[in-house]
Design a protein around this ligand. Structure first.
Ligand code: DAT
Length: 178
């Protein structure tokens, strides 16, 4: 089987990933608005289009059906210009993304944000361990070239603004060179 070559894109596809509570959705929204990208919050898509295999009661989340997610999203990302946010990143085809942003946050920030969202203690604990173990960063490193991975701190509002500026600058540069 011959690997399909990446179609040329004049506008990049960006993946914003990280442990829940690191600020993906907020950051992706701001980037989409500032850079004129289309935003896809994969978690919402999974629920709305039933791209899952039922509910996992223990962790209050859906059992993700990765094949269904990839099939559903293929045509969305085909033309470029998408800003995608999701808490896991290894199952997307590598060719989809021009930039993979991994947001990072300190334990107490994650704790406060997830508690504020009403997460159960075991789910908060699981996510804090995930952040400490750099699970998402490792997954990104296993799945994408180092040159396209941008690891960014997301502890404060100032961090978020700086992150948005960096990502928007990438989008503008990409558009000028593609
Ligand atoms: P995620 O999509 O990664 O779960 P979110 O964007 O929903 O995260 O953010 C969770 C909450 O934390 C939300 O109320 C916004 C806040 N937040 C996120 N990143 C932040 C930052 N860098 N500074 C201050 N607040 C932040």
């Amino acid at each position: 089987e011959v690997a399909p070559t990446s179609p040329p894109r004049s506008s990049p596809n960006i993946l914003v990933t990280g442990t829940p509570g690191t600020g993906k959705t907020t950051t992706a929204e701001m980037v989409a608005l500032a850079a004129g990208l289309e935003k896809v919050t994969v978690g919402e898509l999974v629920k709305e289009r039933v791209l899952h295999d039922g509910y996992n009661d223990e962790f209050d989340t859906y059992w993700l059906n990765e094949d269904k997610v990839v099939d559903e999203m293929e045509s969305m990302v085909a033309g470029g210009g998408m800003c995608v946010d999701f808490h896991t990143c290894g199952f997307f085809p590598e060719r989809w993304f021009d930039l993979v942003v991994v947001l990072r946050a300190e334990t107490d920030k994650i704790y406060d944000r997830l508690e504020g969202r009403g997460y159960k203690p075991n789910k908060i604990q699981e996510n804090i361990e995930c952040e400490i173990m750099q699970v998402v960063l490792e997954e990104a490193r296993e799945s994408y070239k180092a040159e396209i991975i941008m690891e960014l701190p997301s502890n404060t509002v100032e961090d978020m603004e700086a992150n948005v500026d960096k990502i928007v600058a990438f989008v503008e540069e990409f558009r000028q060179t593609h």
